[in-house]
Design a protein around this ligand. Structure first.
Ligand code: CP
Ligand code: NVA
Length: 309
């Protein structure tokens, strides 16, 4: 099935074969970019509306530059500066934008708002992070792992921190599509969500993945190829800061934790809160691949945009 015209809200709406197509296209586009072909004309005349309800550095810049490098144009729209902020409905907004632009990328608090937008829009809607999912991040992360190892099936990755958050949810979904084994270490109140584990089970039956949950970070990182962490307090959870800080302190990715996993490469979606979920000496170490992850957002999103738009 063609990818053209489809929404990307969770990654689960795509088959593994379709996701491989995106990875392969990203690989080709990255190679061409480094060979000097910076601007392509594949989206000439096409436009992308980028709606942000929360701050962003990587998602905003990489999507905007991606559109530019594909020959199209991106438009940054802050939620509160749109009539959305004054109560125009999400579906009316989506219908109107569908008359002007060729795609919408949105970063929202509530995933259900994104679903509403996708139902009303007649153009592709891409999730640029919601409370539940961060699919573009996860696909870039899988691409980064593939780039480092040359294969995906059987790779072991440990996520340390808030297993219930958007980044971990998408990482589990993406990993189980491609046959990776995932360990998650979280405090017991922050384990991966049941809906995500259900999806992972469906994916794993086909891909051979496994997902194992731990409360001990030391056990979770044993023998893994990659260790991944993210902030303890996601955007929108600020009022839980005090409780979270206390519960997550034993889950810091630091030199001591790495001694349990001498080979693993270190991943973080960024922004990092240095000194909390990850220490300077780890994020700045030779084993850290966080800058490659950030760069790959650009290449993978170019593949996504070129395919959906
Ligand atoms: N990783 C990520 O989505 O970063 P931003 O919040 O800066 O977009
Ligand atoms: N989990 C983080 C990811 C930021 C890219 C958040 O939602 O704030």
């Amino acid at each position: 099935m063609s990818l053209k015209g489809r929404d990307l809200l969770t990654l689960q709406e795509f088959t593994t074969e379709e996701l491989w197509k995106l990875l392969k296209l990203a690989e080709k586009m990255k190679m061409e970019y480094y060979a000097g072909e910076r601007i392509k004309e594949v989206l000439k005349g096409k436009t992308l509306a980028m709606i942000f309800q929360k701050p962003s550095t990587r998602t905003r810049v990489s999507f905007e530059i991606a559109m530019y490098q594909l020959g199209g144009k991106a438009l940054y729209l802050s939620w509160n500066e749109l009539q959305l902020g004054r109560g125009e409905t999400i579906s009316d907004t989506a219908k109107v934008l569908s008359r002007y632009v060729d795609g919408i990328m949105a970063r929202v608090y509530r995933h259900t708002d994104l679903e509403e937008m996708a139902r009303a829009a007649t153009i592709p809607v891409i999730n640029g992070l919601s409370d539940l999912h961060h699919p573009c991040q996860a696909l870039s992360d899988i691409f980064t792992i593939y780039e480092k190892k040359g294969y995906l099936k059987g790779i072991k990755i440990a996520f340390i921190g808030d297993g219930s958050n958007n980044v971990c949810s998408s990482l589990i979904i993406a990993s189980t599509k491609f046959g990776l084994h995932v360990n998650v270490a979280s405090p017991k109140d922050y384990m991966p969500r049941q809906d995500v584990l259900k999806i992972a089970e469906i994916n794993s039956a086909e891909s051979g993945s496994t997902v194992n949950l731990y409360t001990s970070p030391e056990e979770a990182v044993k023998d893994v190829d990659f260790i991944y962490t993210d902030v303890w307090i996601s955007m929108g959870q600020e009022e839980e800061s005090k409780k979270r800080m206390k519960e997550f302190t034993p889950y810091q990715v630091n030199k001591r934790l790495l001694s349990y996993s001498p080979k693993a490469m270190i991943m973080h979606c960024l922004p990092a809160h240095r000194g909390l979920e990850i220490t300077d000496e780890v994020i700045d170490s030779e084993r850290s691949i966080v800058w490659d992850q950030a760069e790959n957002r650009l290449h993978v999103q170019k593949a996504i945009l070129a395919s959906l738009l």
